[in-house]
Ligand binder design. Structure first.
Ligand code: SAH
Length: 383
Protein backbone atom coordinates (compact mmCIF):
# COMPACT_ATOMS: atom_id res chain seq x y z
CA UNK A 1 0.00 0.00 0.00
CA UNK A 2 1.30 3.40 -0.93
CA UNK A 3 -0.13 6.53 0.61
CA UNK A 4 -0.02 9.61 -1.58
CA UNK A 5 0.35 12.97 0.04
CA UNK A 6 -1.02 16.02 -1.70
CA UNK A 7 -1.90 19.26 0.10
CA UNK A 8 -0.79 17.56 3.31
CA UNK A 9 -3.55 14.95 3.00
CA UNK A 10 -2.72 11.31 2.88
CA UNK A 11 -5.04 9.12 0.89
CA UNK A 12 -4.36 5.43 1.08
CA UNK A 13 -5.23 3.14 -1.78
CA UNK A 14 -3.05 3.18 -4.84
CA UNK A 15 -4.63 1.84 -7.97
CA UNK A 16 -2.61 -0.93 -9.57
CA UNK A 17 -3.48 -2.23 -13.01
CA UNK A 18 -1.92 -5.59 -12.29
CA UNK A 19 -4.78 -6.57 -10.05
CA UNK A 20 -7.32 -6.64 -12.86
CA UNK A 21 -9.01 -9.97 -13.48
CA UNK A 22 -6.93 -12.06 -15.83
CA UNK A 23 -9.70 -13.69 -17.84
CA UNK A 24 -9.95 -12.28 -21.36
CA UNK A 25 -13.71 -12.08 -21.40
CA UNK A 26 -13.83 -10.43 -18.02
CA UNK A 27 -11.06 -8.06 -19.00
CA UNK A 28 -13.17 -6.86 -21.95
CA UNK A 29 -16.24 -6.47 -19.83
CA UNK A 30 -14.20 -4.59 -17.28
CA UNK A 31 -12.82 -2.15 -19.86
CA UNK A 32 -16.32 -0.92 -20.51
CA UNK A 33 -16.90 -0.03 -16.88
CA UNK A 34 -13.49 1.20 -15.83
CA UNK A 35 -12.80 4.89 -15.85
CA UNK A 36 -9.20 4.83 -14.81
CA UNK A 37 -6.54 2.62 -13.37
CA UNK A 38 -4.45 5.68 -12.73
CA UNK A 39 -2.67 6.77 -9.59
CA UNK A 40 -4.49 10.04 -9.56
CA UNK A 41 -5.94 11.59 -6.46
CA UNK A 42 -9.64 10.97 -6.00
CA UNK A 43 -11.32 14.39 -6.11
CA UNK A 44 -14.52 12.98 -4.63
CA UNK A 45 -12.64 12.28 -1.40
CA UNK A 46 -11.66 15.91 -0.86
CA UNK A 47 -13.32 18.46 1.40
CA UNK A 48 -14.48 21.78 -0.01
CA UNK A 49 -11.62 23.53 1.81
CA UNK A 50 -9.10 21.27 0.09
CA UNK A 51 -10.63 21.82 -3.33
CA UNK A 52 -10.50 25.55 -2.57
CA UNK A 53 -6.76 25.24 -1.91
CA UNK A 54 -6.13 23.40 -5.13
CA UNK A 55 -8.13 25.99 -7.11
CA UNK A 56 -6.05 28.76 -5.54
CA UNK A 57 -2.87 26.91 -6.46
CA UNK A 58 -4.09 26.98 -10.04
CA UNK A 59 -4.79 30.70 -9.86
CA UNK A 60 -8.55 30.09 -9.91
CA UNK A 61 -11.10 32.01 -7.85
CA UNK A 62 -12.36 30.32 -4.66
CA UNK A 63 -15.96 30.13 -5.95
CA UNK A 64 -14.76 27.62 -8.56
CA UNK A 65 -14.17 25.19 -5.72
CA UNK A 66 -17.80 25.38 -4.65
CA UNK A 67 -18.88 24.82 -8.25
CA UNK A 68 -16.70 21.70 -8.47
CA UNK A 69 -17.86 20.46 -5.08
CA UNK A 70 -21.51 20.93 -5.99
CA UNK A 71 -21.03 19.13 -9.28
CA UNK A 72 -19.60 16.18 -7.39
CA UNK A 73 -21.75 16.12 -4.28
CA UNK A 74 -25.06 17.71 -5.22
CA UNK A 75 -25.49 16.91 -8.90
CA UNK A 76 -23.60 13.61 -8.84
CA UNK A 77 -21.40 14.52 -11.81
CA UNK A 78 -18.69 11.92 -12.36
CA UNK A 79 -16.67 13.40 -15.24
CA UNK A 80 -14.84 16.68 -15.68
CA UNK A 81 -16.32 17.19 -19.15
CA UNK A 82 -19.77 17.60 -17.62
CA UNK A 83 -18.60 20.50 -15.43
CA UNK A 84 -19.49 22.92 -18.19
CA UNK A 85 -19.49 26.07 -16.08
CA UNK A 86 -15.71 25.65 -15.62
CA UNK A 87 -13.26 26.85 -18.24
CA UNK A 88 -11.97 24.24 -20.65
CA UNK A 89 -8.42 24.77 -19.38
CA UNK A 90 -9.46 24.17 -15.75
CA UNK A 91 -11.37 21.04 -16.74
CA UNK A 92 -8.36 19.77 -18.63
CA UNK A 93 -5.97 20.49 -15.81
CA UNK A 94 -8.25 18.74 -13.30
CA UNK A 95 -8.60 15.81 -15.64
CA UNK A 96 -4.83 15.57 -15.94
CA UNK A 97 -4.19 15.56 -12.19
CA UNK A 98 -7.26 13.98 -10.62
CA UNK A 99 -9.64 11.09 -10.88
CA UNK A 100 -13.23 10.92 -9.67
CA UNK A 101 -14.05 7.75 -7.75
CA UNK A 102 -16.60 5.83 -9.72
CA UNK A 103 -17.95 2.33 -9.69
CA UNK A 104 -18.88 0.05 -12.55
CA UNK A 105 -21.80 -2.27 -11.99
CA UNK A 106 -20.72 -5.86 -12.63
CA UNK A 107 -23.65 -7.74 -11.20
CA UNK A 108 -26.92 -6.99 -9.44
CA UNK A 109 -28.91 -9.60 -7.60
CA UNK A 110 -32.45 -9.06 -6.38
CA UNK A 111 -33.91 -11.15 -3.60
CA UNK A 112 -37.27 -12.65 -4.50
CA UNK A 113 -37.98 -12.98 -0.80
CA UNK A 114 -37.69 -9.38 0.40
CA UNK A 115 -36.50 -7.17 -2.49
CA UNK A 116 -33.00 -6.79 -1.03
CA UNK A 117 -30.56 -5.87 -3.79
CA UNK A 118 -26.94 -6.86 -3.79
CA UNK A 119 -24.49 -5.08 -6.05
CA UNK A 120 -21.06 -6.20 -7.16
CA UNK A 121 -19.07 -3.14 -8.23
CA UNK A 122 -15.75 -2.88 -10.05
CA UNK A 123 -13.32 -0.24 -8.89
CA UNK A 124 -11.10 1.59 -11.39
CA UNK A 125 -8.23 -0.82 -10.70
CA UNK A 126 -10.44 -3.86 -11.37
CA UNK A 127 -10.89 -4.82 -7.73
CA UNK A 128 -14.40 -5.82 -6.72
CA UNK A 129 -16.52 -4.71 -3.81
CA UNK A 130 -20.09 -5.41 -2.83
CA UNK A 131 -22.83 -3.27 -1.35
CA UNK A 132 -26.40 -4.08 -0.35
CA UNK A 133 -29.66 -2.13 -0.50
CA UNK A 134 -32.33 -3.10 2.02
CA UNK A 135 -35.91 -1.89 2.31
CA UNK A 136 -37.25 -1.24 5.79
CA UNK A 137 -40.44 0.35 7.02
CA UNK A 138 -38.44 3.48 7.95
CA UNK A 139 -36.73 3.81 4.57
CA UNK A 140 -33.91 2.49 2.44
CA UNK A 141 -30.67 1.39 4.00
CA UNK A 142 -27.40 0.79 2.21
CA UNK A 143 -24.67 -1.46 3.58
CA UNK A 144 -21.27 -0.40 2.25
CA UNK A 145 -17.81 -1.94 2.19
CA UNK A 146 -14.85 -0.06 3.67
CA UNK A 147 -12.02 -2.17 2.24
CA UNK A 148 -11.41 -4.64 -0.58
CA UNK A 149 -11.31 -7.84 1.45
CA UNK A 150 -10.46 -7.76 5.14
CA UNK A 151 -7.60 -8.83 7.37
CA UNK A 152 -9.48 -9.46 10.60
CA UNK A 153 -9.85 -13.18 9.94
CA UNK A 154 -13.20 -13.75 11.73
CA UNK A 155 -13.91 -17.44 11.42
CA UNK A 156 -17.46 -17.21 10.04
CA UNK A 157 -16.95 -14.33 7.61
CA UNK A 158 -16.47 -14.66 3.84
CA UNK A 159 -14.95 -11.17 3.42
CA UNK A 160 -11.74 -12.18 5.06
CA UNK A 161 -11.03 -15.37 3.12
CA UNK A 162 -8.53 -13.78 0.69
CA UNK A 163 -7.22 -11.25 3.24
CA UNK A 164 -7.19 -7.51 2.74
CA UNK A 165 -6.37 -6.23 -0.74
CA UNK A 166 -6.58 -2.50 -0.12
CA UNK A 167 -8.40 0.29 1.66
CA UNK A 168 -11.21 2.17 -0.04
CA UNK A 169 -10.98 5.93 -0.42
CA UNK A 170 -13.71 8.08 1.10
CA UNK A 171 -14.99 8.75 -2.40
CA UNK A 172 -15.25 5.03 -3.07
CA UNK A 173 -17.32 4.60 0.09
CA UNK A 174 -19.52 7.53 -0.85
CA UNK A 175 -19.90 6.30 -4.43
CA UNK A 176 -21.45 3.06 -3.21
CA UNK A 177 -24.28 5.11 -1.72
CA UNK A 178 -24.71 7.51 -4.62
CA UNK A 179 -24.43 4.83 -7.30
CA UNK A 180 -27.07 2.71 -5.59
CA UNK A 181 -29.30 5.77 -5.28
CA UNK A 182 -28.87 6.37 -9.00
CA UNK A 183 -29.53 2.73 -9.93
CA UNK A 184 -32.53 2.41 -7.61
CA UNK A 185 -33.87 5.86 -8.46
CA UNK A 186 -34.47 6.56 -4.78
CA UNK A 187 -32.83 8.32 -1.90
CA UNK A 188 -31.23 6.31 0.85
CA UNK A 189 -32.05 7.29 4.43
CA UNK A 190 -29.69 5.03 6.37
CA UNK A 191 -26.10 3.90 5.83
CA UNK A 192 -24.43 1.02 7.63
CA UNK A 193 -20.68 0.51 7.28
CA UNK A 194 -21.08 -3.22 7.74
CA UNK A 195 -19.97 -4.64 4.44
CA UNK A 196 -16.55 -6.10 3.71
CA UNK A 197 -13.63 -4.66 5.58
CA UNK A 198 -12.83 -3.32 9.01
CA UNK A 199 -13.72 0.40 8.96
CA UNK A 200 -11.37 1.22 11.86
CA UNK A 201 -8.51 -0.42 9.97
CA UNK A 202 -9.12 2.36 7.42
CA UNK A 203 -9.77 5.07 9.98
CA UNK A 204 -8.76 8.25 8.16
CA UNK A 205 -10.72 7.44 5.03
CA UNK A 206 -13.73 6.38 7.11
CA UNK A 207 -13.69 9.67 8.97
CA UNK A 208 -13.33 11.59 5.74
CA UNK A 209 -16.33 9.68 4.34
CA UNK A 210 -18.44 10.50 7.41
CA UNK A 211 -17.48 14.17 7.32
CA UNK A 212 -18.34 14.35 3.62
CA UNK A 213 -21.71 12.75 4.36
CA UNK A 214 -22.49 15.33 7.02
CA UNK A 215 -21.27 18.34 5.04
CA UNK A 216 -23.99 20.89 4.38
CA UNK A 217 -22.19 22.15 1.27
CA UNK A 218 -22.81 18.77 -0.32
CA UNK A 219 -25.74 16.43 -0.08
CA UNK A 220 -26.05 16.60 3.67
CA UNK A 221 -26.94 13.26 5.23
CA UNK A 222 -27.91 12.69 8.82
CA UNK A 223 -24.99 11.19 10.74
CA UNK A 224 -27.56 9.89 13.22
CA UNK A 225 -28.69 7.50 10.51
CA UNK A 226 -25.21 6.08 10.00
CA UNK A 227 -23.88 3.03 11.82
CA UNK A 228 -20.26 1.92 11.85
CA UNK A 229 -19.58 -1.70 12.75
CA UNK A 230 -16.21 -2.75 14.14
CA UNK A 231 -14.63 -6.01 15.19
CA UNK A 232 -13.36 -4.09 18.22
CA UNK A 233 -10.17 -2.07 17.70
CA UNK A 234 -9.94 -0.43 21.10
CA UNK A 235 -7.67 2.54 20.33
CA UNK A 236 -9.82 3.48 17.34
CA UNK A 237 -13.08 3.12 19.28
CA UNK A 238 -11.72 5.57 21.84
CA UNK A 239 -10.42 7.89 19.16
CA UNK A 240 -13.76 7.72 17.34
CA UNK A 241 -15.57 8.67 20.55
CA UNK A 242 -13.31 11.72 20.72
CA UNK A 243 -14.59 12.87 17.30
CA UNK A 244 -18.00 13.26 18.94
CA UNK A 245 -19.93 12.46 15.81
CA UNK A 246 -23.53 11.33 16.42
CA UNK A 247 -22.85 8.05 14.63
CA UNK A 248 -24.07 4.72 16.03
CA UNK A 249 -21.32 2.30 16.94
CA UNK A 250 -21.95 -1.41 16.44
CA UNK A 251 -19.50 -3.74 18.10
CA UNK A 252 -19.05 -7.29 16.84
CA UNK A 253 -18.93 -9.16 20.12
CA UNK A 254 -20.06 -12.66 19.11
CA UNK A 255 -19.00 -14.20 22.40
CA UNK A 256 -19.66 -14.00 26.11
CA UNK A 257 -16.14 -14.55 27.37
CA UNK A 258 -12.55 -14.13 26.29
CA UNK A 259 -11.92 -17.76 25.32
CA UNK A 260 -15.06 -18.08 23.21
CA UNK A 261 -14.29 -14.77 21.48
CA UNK A 262 -10.72 -15.74 20.68
CA UNK A 263 -11.98 -18.92 19.03
CA UNK A 264 -14.13 -16.90 16.62
CA UNK A 265 -12.17 -13.67 16.15
CA UNK A 266 -8.36 -13.45 15.99
CA UNK A 267 -8.54 -9.74 16.92
CA UNK A 268 -9.78 -10.86 20.36
CA UNK A 269 -6.23 -12.01 21.14
CA UNK A 270 -5.13 -8.41 21.00
CA UNK A 271 -7.85 -6.91 23.22
CA UNK A 272 -9.50 -8.40 26.31
CA UNK A 273 -13.28 -8.58 25.97
CA UNK A 274 -13.70 -6.35 29.07
CA UNK A 275 -11.39 -3.75 27.56
CA UNK A 276 -13.49 -3.72 24.37
CA UNK A 277 -16.73 -3.29 26.31
CA UNK A 278 -15.19 -0.53 28.39
CA UNK A 279 -14.18 1.32 25.24
CA UNK A 280 -17.84 1.08 24.15
CA UNK A 281 -18.94 2.55 27.48
CA UNK A 282 -16.59 5.47 26.88
CA UNK A 283 -18.06 5.86 23.38
CA UNK A 284 -21.56 6.01 24.88
CA UNK A 285 -20.48 8.55 27.51
CA UNK A 286 -18.83 10.79 24.95
CA UNK A 287 -21.49 10.68 22.24
CA UNK A 288 -24.67 9.77 24.10
CA UNK A 289 -25.27 7.17 21.36
CA UNK A 290 -26.33 3.72 22.50
CA UNK A 291 -23.94 1.05 21.33
CA UNK A 292 -25.24 -2.01 19.50
CA UNK A 293 -23.55 -5.32 20.26
CA UNK A 294 -23.72 -7.74 17.36
CA UNK A 295 -23.78 -11.37 18.30
CA UNK A 296 -23.74 -13.92 15.46
CA UNK A 297 -25.30 -17.07 16.84
CA UNK A 298 -23.45 -20.19 15.80
CA UNK A 299 -24.95 -23.54 16.69
CA UNK A 300 -22.93 -25.44 19.29
CA UNK A 301 -20.32 -22.67 19.52
CA UNK A 302 -21.76 -19.61 21.32
CA UNK A 303 -25.49 -20.30 21.63
CA UNK A 304 -25.76 -22.18 24.93
CA UNK A 305 -27.91 -21.06 27.83
CA UNK A 306 -24.72 -20.52 29.86
CA UNK A 307 -23.37 -18.25 27.14
CA UNK A 308 -26.60 -16.24 27.21
CA UNK A 309 -26.37 -15.92 31.01
CA UNK A 310 -22.73 -14.83 30.80
CA UNK A 311 -23.56 -12.28 28.12
CA UNK A 312 -26.45 -10.92 30.19
CA UNK A 313 -24.10 -10.44 33.15
CA UNK A 314 -21.31 -9.00 31.03
CA UNK A 315 -23.56 -6.26 29.66
CA UNK A 316 -25.70 -5.65 32.72
CA UNK A 317 -25.94 -2.01 33.70
CA UNK A 318 -24.86 -0.86 30.25
CA UNK A 319 -27.58 0.89 28.30
CA UNK A 320 -27.11 -0.80 24.93
CA UNK A 321 -28.76 -2.97 22.27
CA UNK A 322 -27.96 -6.57 21.52
CA UNK A 323 -28.53 -7.62 17.94
CA UNK A 324 -28.60 -11.38 17.53
CA UNK A 325 -27.61 -12.49 14.03
CA UNK A 326 -28.30 -16.10 13.09
CA UNK A 327 -24.99 -16.98 11.44
CA UNK A 328 -25.26 -16.92 7.68
CA UNK A 329 -23.62 -20.15 6.57
CA UNK A 330 -20.65 -19.48 4.29
CA UNK A 331 -19.71 -22.09 1.69
CA UNK A 332 -16.10 -22.23 2.87
CA UNK A 333 -17.03 -22.67 6.55
CA UNK A 334 -19.03 -25.32 8.38
CA UNK A 335 -20.95 -23.11 10.82
CA UNK A 336 -24.67 -23.69 11.31
CA UNK A 337 -27.51 -21.54 12.60
CA UNK A 338 -29.33 -22.48 15.79
CA UNK A 339 -33.04 -23.24 15.36
CA UNK A 340 -35.62 -20.45 15.73
CA UNK A 341 -36.60 -21.91 19.10
CA UNK A 342 -33.00 -21.82 20.33
CA UNK A 343 -32.54 -18.25 19.10
CA UNK A 344 -35.72 -17.16 20.92
CA UNK A 345 -34.56 -18.91 24.10
CA UNK A 346 -31.18 -17.13 23.90
CA UNK A 347 -32.96 -13.78 23.50
CA UNK A 348 -35.29 -14.51 26.41
CA UNK A 349 -32.34 -15.05 28.78
CA UNK A 350 -30.84 -11.70 27.75
CA UNK A 351 -34.18 -9.98 28.27
CA UNK A 352 -34.31 -11.40 31.77
CA UNK A 353 -31.12 -9.40 32.40
CA UNK A 354 -32.87 -6.28 31.14
CA UNK A 355 -31.11 -6.18 27.79
CA UNK A 356 -32.76 -4.61 24.79
CA UNK A 357 -32.58 -7.44 22.25
CA UNK A 358 -33.44 -7.67 18.58
CA UNK A 359 -33.07 -10.65 16.29
CA UNK A 360 -31.77 -9.63 12.89
CA UNK A 361 -34.23 -10.41 10.17
CA UNK A 362 -32.29 -12.20 7.48
CA UNK A 363 -32.34 -10.12 4.36
CA UNK A 364 -31.50 -11.47 0.95
CA UNK A 365 -31.02 -15.01 2.12
CA UNK A 366 -31.46 -16.25 -1.44
CA UNK A 367 -28.76 -13.91 -2.82
CA UNK A 368 -25.70 -14.60 -0.70
CA UNK A 369 -26.59 -11.79 1.68
CA UNK A 370 -23.70 -12.12 4.14
CA UNK A 371 -20.53 -10.08 4.08
CA UNK A 372 -18.24 -10.85 1.18
CA UNK A 373 -20.15 -13.84 -0.16
CA UNK A 374 -20.95 -12.42 -3.57
CA UNK A 375 -17.39 -11.21 -4.17
CA UNK A 376 -15.91 -14.49 -2.90
CA UNK A 377 -18.21 -16.47 -5.20
CA UNK A 378 -17.40 -14.23 -8.15
CA UNK A 379 -13.64 -14.47 -7.63
CA UNK A 380 -13.89 -18.24 -7.37
CA UNK A 381 -15.82 -18.55 -10.62
CA UNK A 382 -13.78 -15.97 -12.52
CA UNK A 383 -10.32 -16.56 -11.12
N1 SAH B 1 -15.43 -5.56 10.21
C1 SAH B 1 -16.62 -5.03 10.78
C2 SAH B 1 -17.76 -4.85 9.80
C3 SAH B 1 -18.05 -5.92 8.81
S1 SAH B 1 -19.03 -7.29 9.17
C4 SAH B 1 -17.05 -5.87 11.95
O1 SAH B 1 -16.44 -6.88 12.23
O2 SAH B 1 -17.98 -5.47 12.64
C5 SAH B 1 -20.61 -6.83 9.76
C6 SAH B 1 -21.14 -7.81 10.78
O3 SAH B 1 -21.55 -9.06 10.16
C7 SAH B 1 -20.13 -8.19 11.84
O4 SAH B 1 -20.76 -8.26 13.08
C8 SAH B 1 -19.68 -9.54 11.38
O5 SAH B 1 -19.07 -10.27 12.42
C9 SAH B 1 -20.97 -10.15 10.87
N2 SAH B 1 -20.83 -11.28 9.95
C10 SAH B 1 -19.92 -11.48 8.99
N3 SAH B 1 -20.13 -12.64 8.36
C11 SAH B 1 -21.21 -13.19 8.93
C12 SAH B 1 -21.93 -14.41 8.71
N4 SAH B 1 -21.56 -15.28 7.78
N5 SAH B 1 -23.00 -14.64 9.49
C13 SAH B 1 -23.39 -13.74 10.43
N6 SAH B 1 -22.76 -12.60 10.68
C14 SAH B 1 -21.67 -12.33 9.95
Amino acid sequence: MVARVIFGISIAGRYTRDERPSSQEEGEKMESVLVTGSEKMDLLSLFLSEITDLCKERGEKAFRARQIYEHLHVRGVRSFQEMTNLSLSLRESLDRDFAIASLGLVEEQVSRLDGTRKYLFALPDGNMIESVLMKYSYGLSVCISSQVGCRMGCRFCASTIGGKVRDLTAGEMLSQVTEIERLAGARVSHIVVMGSGEPFDNYDNLLRFLRLCGDGAGEKRSLRNITVSTSGLVEEILRFGGERLPVTLALSLHASNQKEREALMPIARKYEIKEVINACRVYFEKTGRRVTFEYSLVSGVNDSREAAERLGKLLSGFSCHVNLIPVNPVRERSFRQPSQREIQAFAAVLEKYGEHVTIRREMGRDIQGACGQLRAGYLKENG
